[in-house]
Design a protein around this ligand. Structure first.
Ligand SMILES: Cc1cc2nc3c(=O)[nH]c(=O)nc-3n(C[C@H](O)[C@H](O)[C@H](O)COP(=O)(O)OP(=O)(O)OC[C@H]3O[C@@H](n4cnc5c(N)ncnc54)[C@H](O)[C@@H]3O)c2cc1C
Length: 370
């Protein structure tokens, strides 16, 4: 994409996670960009299980990404989107107009209610730090609920770094349903080696059903789309905003959506899952679509296909599950220390990609995984 100027147009990006930051950086050479997020630091959410077990910091100064790109940051929460006047209201009383809006408010772990439902969740730097504080009061028993990849990463990390705690992993089905039998067998053996008690096929309604000192709920992610719903945007049954192949809201054409908040799909991949691995390319595509739209050009459809699922199993083991275009597992997987090293490089590469995008968005698009 050339740098042909549309510079007077103002694009507001809400949410400075993987998707929002990537979109803002890719837009910056073409339009005036304002990014709204309450934090002045970018959180590496894929490292939150490391933060929960004591890694000192998993954040980076937002300014170091935004300054080279000339992006304005407004430190605030958005509280309302007025789609009729094309304005966003913040909790600090500001009202900002936009020519186009990129909605990238991400997701959170679902909370569970009910009496005696005290539980931890790990989905922000603050919630991860909170769990770490609880663990320092230990030892005791700890249950992670949710046998998906995030729950497995949490359980193995907790067992490795908090060996005095008795860790169990509870899940309604079998653990790691998205990987091959061979990969699942490896994950089971690592959990058992770390002393994690696995309870599969046990459905629990909330922490009150579990006999443990600390319950960490990691059972499902829900999109942060309440503000979009309140503004009348069309969402699917899961609450993700319905978008077309340009990632444009199907109900509100001035709004584009990226990351976990978007119900994105392609013919080859099917529905795109909530992940850092998908948030970055979705952010880049939303930015490209906005620029084409403002120039009066036809949108290009999103192209995306899955290649691998990368799982850390503590700091010394991991699982790289190769997958088909539609994310279904192939028979090939890498395990052990080499997999842990690959996973670490993949995680580092996300921040590298954002750093490169801050200086040269075109070059960032050429990096693997983009
Ligand atoms: C413990 C853990 C481990 C994970 N591991 C992996 C992994 O290994 N691989 C992988 O691909 N994915 C992983 N994920 C999932 C991944 O982190 C998310 O899918 C990804 O962060 C989504 O990116 P996003 O940009 O859509 O949202 P986020 O990264 O969540 O960013 C959303 C941003 O919006 C901001 N925001 C929210 N509300 C408002 C508001 N009202 N106003 C302004 N700003 C707001 C937030 O402050 C945040 O900065 C993991 C998640 C967790 C919790």
């Amino acid at each position: 994409m050339s740098n042909q100027s549309t510079t007077k147009e103002h694009v507001l990006v809400v949410g400075a996670g993987y998707a929002g930051l990537r979109a803002a950086l890719n837009l910056a050479p073409h339009v005036r960009v304002t990014l709204i997020d309450p934090a002045d630091r970018f959180t590496e959410r894929v490292r939150l299980h490391e933060k929960a077990t004591g890694r000192p910091d998993v954040t980076h100064s937002l300014r170091t990404f935004l300054r080279p790109a000339g992006i304005t940051h407004i430190p605030a929460l958005i509280s309302r989107i007025d789609t009729a006047s094309a304005e966003v209201h913040t909790d600090t009383g500001r009202v900002l107009g936009y020519d186009r809006l990129v909605y990238a408010l991400g997701s959170r772990t679902a909370g569970v209610g009910g009496p005696g439902a005290s539980h931890e969740r790990v989905y922000t730097a603050e919630s991860a730090a909170e769990l770490h504080k609880r663990l320092l009061d230990g030892p005791g028993s700890l249950a992670v609920v949710g046998g998906g990849l995030t729950g497995i990463e949490l359980a193995t990390e907790l067992a490795e770094f908090q060996p005095r705690w008795q860790v169990q992993l509870i899940t309604g089905g079998e653990i790691a349903p998205s990987v091959s039998d061979k990969a699942r067998a490896h994950i089971r053996s690592v959990l058992v080696d770390r002393g994690v008690r696995i309870e599969e096929h046990r459905r629990v309604d909330g922490p009150q059903d579990i006999d443990a000192d600390v319950v960490v709920w990691s059972a499902s992610m829900i999109p942060n789309t309440e503000l979009a719903i309140a503004s009348g945007l069309d969402v699917d049954a899961r609450g993700q905003i319905r978008v077309n192949s340009a990632l444009r809201s199907v109900s509100h054409p001035g709004i584009y959506v990226a990351g976990d908040a978007a119900a994105a799909q392609t013919p080859s991949s099917g529905p795109i899952r909530m992940a850092c691995a998908t948030a970055l390319p979705l952010g880049a595509h939303a930015a490209a679509s906005v620029v084409r739209d403002l120039r009066g050009e036809d949108p290009k459809p999103l192209q995306f296909s899955y290649k691998a699922q990368c799982i850390s199993l503590g700091r010394h083991d991991g699982m790289i599950q190769l997958v088909r275009e539609d994310d279904s597992p192939r028979d090939l997987c890498l395990t052990g220390k080499p997999a842990a090293m690959v996973k670490e490089q993949v995680v580092r590469n996300t921040v590298r990609t954002l750093r490169v995008a801050s200086r040269s968005p075109r070059a960032a698009g050429l990096l693997p995984g983009n």
